[in-house]
Design a protein around this ligand. Structure first.
Ligand code: ZN
Length: 379
């Protein structure tokens, strides 16, 4: 995710913080400004503890996902909560159900643990007397963890409850249809949130928008996945492309860029192994910095150690596209036992969708906005 940076890692998973997260800290500091520095410090401490709980929630998703063999790219903290990004999303509904449930389960477990602690230290206060600033720290943390678990169970994408609902439906019908239904329910709930938000808390309006867009994206992704069912990377990859030697300069790369249609270039060492990708954006940034005579070595993306889980011609295209998305890349190299055989580019994938739509049109169905049921017989 852009504008986020790594603050550490847990269980080998990088923990990143989005720049906007600091808005929350500033907001909390301002809210307590009248009550003196001690109140500000207590407010900030509480927010940090809360976000530690959010990290544990996301870690719940991540560790269960990893047990099923999915690669977790990172956990990112946003002002509205956390996101655990997987390199590929589970397609088995039972696995998805387990992964989606794990987060709320962690939140409820933390709440239960804190409840036991609060009762054991007999510092329990009636919940009605609790406030954001009043009551024992542990008890307030218990309440927010409970709400974190409960809120995430709402059956609306991108909340965990939306995924659980989809996984539940997908055991009874095909995946795309299940997603469409879950997405519609999510958008219905978003409208209710939005309506309530108008009259009560404006923050609900914000959540409504977030849920509405999340549902839309999820539905589009599921339709894509249906379109690409059974299609492999080799069916979509570019096989005629140029490469750059690792000792090339920015000026060499610029000349290559102007020569043809290609935007991103695989960079190979003397033995022909891919050591990274040079994208047009990175190239233009280097020129803007005045590095035109410099080597391209320091510009490459993704980092060479990121390439070990690289695409092969046999990778399902859906996974390939997820990988492009996860890397925020417009193209990725395709390797067959270490040898560069193609490039998977967003542009070519887009063309494949156009071809698919054109074909579907001649058969009297449209893939754009399709429910997916007409496209996919199995599952
Ligand atoms: Zn969650």
């Amino acid at each position: 995710m852009r504008w986020s940076f790594k603050i550490g890692s847990l269980a080998g998973i990088p923990i990143r913080v989005h720049a906007t997260f600091f808005l929350i800290l500033v907001f909390v500091a301002f809210a307590h400004a009248d009550d003196g520095p001690q109140a500000i410090a207590r407010g900030l401490f509480f927010v940090l503890l809360l976000f530690l709980c959010v990290v544990l929630h996301e870690l719940g998703h991540s560790l269960v996902g990893r047990r099923y063999g999915y690669r977790v790219r990172d956990i990112t903290l946003l002002p509205i909560g956390g996101v655990a990004s997987f390199e590929n999303m589970p397609t088995d509904p039972r696995q998805e159900l387990a992964i989606a449930s794990a987060g709320p389960a962690v939140s409820f477990a933390i709440a239960a643990l804190l409840y036991a602690l609060v009762v054991a230290t007999s510092s329990f206060e009636p919940l009605a007397q609790l406030d954001v600033d009043r009551g024992s720290l542990l008890e307030r943390l218990m309440v927010v963890n409970f709400f974190l678990g409960a809120f995430n169970l709402l059956p609306a994408f991108p909340m965990d409850g939306g995924r659980m609902l989809r996984a539940f439906l997908a055991q009874r019908m095909d995946y795309a249809a299940a997603t469409q239904i879950a997405a519609r329910i999510g958008q219905g709930m978003a409208l209710v949130f939005g309506f309530l938000g108008l009259f009560t808390n404006p923050f609900l309006l914000f959540i409504a928008l977030f849920v509405y867009i999340g549902a839309e994206q999820e539905a589009a992704a599921a339709t894509m996945r249906t379109v690409f069912q059974g299609v492999r990377v080799c069916d979509a990859m570019v096989t005629r492309f140029a490469t750059l030697p690792s000792n090339a300069t920015v000026a060499d790369a610029l000349a290559k860029l102007l020569e043809g249609y290609q935007h991103d270039f695989p960079v190979v060492d003397e033995r022909g192994r891919v050591i990274g990708m040079l994208t047009r954006t990175l190239l233009l940034q280097a020129i803007a910095r005045g590095d035109e005579g410099g080597p391209i070595g320091g510009l490459l993306k993704p980092a060479p150690d990121d390439l070990d889980g690289s695409l092969t011609p046999e990778t399902p295209l859906g996974d390939g596209i997820e990988r492009l998305r996860a890397h925020g890349a417009t193209s990725l190299p395709v390797l067959r036992s270490g040898e560069l055989v193609g490039l998977l580019t967003l542009e070519n994938v887009g063309e494949l969708v156009m071809i698919h739509n054109a074909r579907a049109h001649t058969h009297g169905t449209s893939a754009a906005g399709a429910t997916g049921q007409s496209l996919q017989p199995e599952r």
